[in-house]
Design a binder for this molecule. Structure first.
Ligand SMILES: [Cu+2]
Length: 331
């Protein structure tokens, strides 16, 4: 008996922890950082309250039908109870929730201020190509969207391979990226910081490891970042990083990767021009630093099985260090 009680207590505490853990963190619909996600969170809670109330009432009536004395139970069979409880109440409640849901959906994207910030995101296998445009110039980044606080951001979503789905739960609902079509998601952030997103449509091999970060920045920091982002890559300043650059160019990395300002102009993999300035590599799998870049080059097929970069186990320790130090220095 004591054991059973203890088990129940632990089970209850554990499930409460699980439920609460889902409400916090960098990727939770229930921790919104902008108006679009706030609508979704509000819709969720209203639906929970509404369906919770219905559920309670049904449970209560069932309990009465099963356990109440016959005298009390009799009223359940009356015409009024059947009509009011079985027909009118559900029709009214469900219609109200439906109308509320439709109004909330309409309140989401599409009603934002004029002159939104535009970003293009293309779903790749299995990472995100992010394009910023400015007066004819376009620069690429990967797996990281930088947005200014308080401005409407229009994200144009596309894919040239399979269907992906762009989902940053703290900012907006999910939207599919469909080959041959462009879809537009509008969102905005009200608090500065990093939130996480994830591909929400199974797209093959490394789908589960296809995440990204959205960094919401105060406008002045955003402007500074943007100026830097449009610059070509920094030239290496030490002998070691110069050696790293030479290794990059001589070992075929440039067939798949672009580093603007160098002959490397491949497009199969992420643009590495400002790799060192990004939070993560491998689509939000590893934090960006010298060590993780070295690991990625040598062991990426263990870190992210099936991804489209071959693992390079051809460098000596010192070569790998030079190469990853060079890439980490590209801020
Ligand atoms: Cu996917």
């Amino acid at each position: 008996m004591r054991d059973r009680q203890r088990f129940l207590r632990i089970a209850r505490a554990a499930s409460a922890c699980l439920v609460l853990a889902g409400c916090e963190g960098v990727q939770s619909t229930l921790a919104p950082t902008g108006p679009q996600a706030q609508h979704i969170a509000q819709l969720f809670w209203v639906m929970v309250a509404g369906s919770g109330a219905i559920m309670l009432m049904v449970a209560l009536l069932t309990a009465i039908a099963l356990f109440a004395p016959a005298r009390r139970r009799a009223f359940l069979a009356g015409d009024t109870v059947v009509l009011a409880g079985g027909l009118i109440f559900p029709v009214v409640t469900l219609s109200a929730l439906l109308v509320y849901g439709l109004v909330m959906l309409g309140a989401g994207p599409g009603r934002m201020a004029a002159s939104p910030v535009g970003i293009e995101v293309a779903g790749e296998r299995w990472w995100w190509r992010v394009v910023y445009r400015d007066a004819g110039a376009a620069v690429e980044s990967a797996n990281e969207l930088r947005i200014p606080l308080g401005r409407a951001v229009e994200i144009e979503l596309s894919s040239d391979n399979v269907i992906h789905s762009f989902w940053a739960p703290r900012l907006a609902g999910k939207l599919d990226m469909i080959p041959g079509r462009k879809t537009v998601l509008t969102l905005s952030a009200e608090t500065a910081g990093v939130s996480r997103g994830q591909c929400a449509e199974y797209c093959g091999g490394a789908h589960a490891l296809m995440a990204f970060n959205v960094v919401a920045m105060p406008p002045n920091e955003y402007d500074e970042w943007r100026l830097r982002e449009f610059q070509p890559a920094q030239e290496p300043t030490t002998q070691q990083t110069r050696a790293g650059k030479a290794l990059f160019l001589s070992h075929g990395c440039g067939a798949c990767h672009t580093i603007r300002g160098t002959p490397a102009a491949g497009r199969l993999g992420p643009d590495l021009t400002h790799l060192g300035g990004r939070i993560s590599i491998g689509a939000a799998i590893l934090a960006t630093n010298e060590a993780s870049i070295a690991q990625w080059i040598k062991h990426n097929q263990d870190i992210k099985p099936g991804n489209l970069m071959p693992a390079f186990d051809i460098f000596s320790e010192s070569e790998l260090l030079a190469l990853s130090r060079y890439l980490a220095s590209l801020r």
